[in-house]
Design a protein around this ligand. Structure first.
Ligand SMILES: [Zn+2]
Length: 296
């Protein structure tokens, strides 16, 4: 039998310290590692930002999941806890092109209705097969990608050649929620099963193409000069992630009772009212929906 392509997999939780689902699962698997074990490869676990986890916050100084581009890692003027932690993790795991893991699976949650969102950072046969396989395994999978793949990505998981973010929602920050934990856990096992079958070159029949939502932009909250929001996300779009927003649909309810409607061309939306994006002032993201043939 030929050598397996994927020999070492890392599962990460707590890249964002208040996304407790991944943290809980990593702690569980450290007590009960058996469910992660597969015959053809080794699986390790990592809690990415223990200080943010202890404080139950997304991050202390800077979003850790924006710290792994060469531009950030090589900028010696940057300081703070997450910058320091990013350098520690690069030393521990190996940097891009030298990472000791063949695949990193990073577990996240969202306060938006993201379903089981798998984030694609690369268009190639491995990543497409992984997304195609997952879409045959569960009906709540939604694949998203950046509009243009960032060659030098800032995600922690992008240290490895092969990587995926699993982002499950809606769930509140810091909350341990049965269904969210269950979905994240199942999706992780399904990804490990995919790797096992990929290594054995025994993948089931995959679809010809996958539906991928590509990010095109972000819509900000209406704010006053002190940066305070003047309105809230309208109830008509709350939890409507990955549905089509039409021109004229309500998007914000203002303090004075008026409603702001969407003025641009129809678009898909996601991260609707994501609590983690309030600090940046984003109310939701816009996306295109595309059918992409699987790379062979
Ligand atoms: Zn996250």
């Amino acid at each position: 039998m030929s050598e397996p392509v994927i020999k070492k997999v890392l599962i990460v939780g707590g890249t964002h310290g208040n996304e407790s689902t991944g943290v809980f699962l990593i702690n569980k698997w450290r007590q009960f590692p058996k469910s992660l074990q597969r015959a053809s490869f080794q699986v390790d676990t990592l809690l990415a930002n223990p200080k943010a986890i202890a404080a139950n916050v997304r991050y202390l100084d800077k979003d850790l999941n924006r710290c792994f581009s060469q531009a950030v890692l090589q900028d010696e003027t940057l300081i703070g806890h997450e910058i320091e932690r990013a350098h520690q993790l690069v030393d521990q795991l190996g940097g891009k092109g030298a990472c000791q893991y063949d695949l990193i699976i990073d577990l996240h949650t969202s306060t938006a209705n993201m379903g089981v969102n798998l984030v694609l950072t690369k268009h190639d046969a491995f990543h497409h097969s992984m997304m195609g396989y997952m879409s045959t395994q569960r009906d709540d999978v939604v694949v998203t990608s950046e509009a243009e793949m960032i060659p030098d990505h800032h995600f922690l998981c992008a240290l490895a050649e092969r990587n995926v973010i699993v982002e499950v929602g809606p769930v509140a920050q810091g909350l341990l929620h049965h269904e969210t934990i269950e979905k994240t856990e199942q999706a992780t096992y399904q990804l490990l099963d995919f790797v096992e079958r990929y290594n054995a070159q025994q993948l089931p029949e995959l679809p010809e193409s996958i539906t991928v939502f590509e990010y095109t932009g972000k819509i900000s909250f209406p704010r006053n000069e002190n940066n305070e929001p003047l309105g809230i996300v309208h109830k008509d779009i709350q939890y409507r992630d990955f549905s089509l927003l039409n021109t004229g649909d309500p998007i914000f309810l203002m303090q004075d009772g008026s409603v702001i409607t969407y003025r641009d061309k129809p678009t898909y939306i996601s991260f609707v009212n994501e609590a983690a994006y309030y600090d940046q002032g984003f109310a939701f993201c816009t996306l295109d929906k595309k059918l992409i043939p699987l790379c062979k």
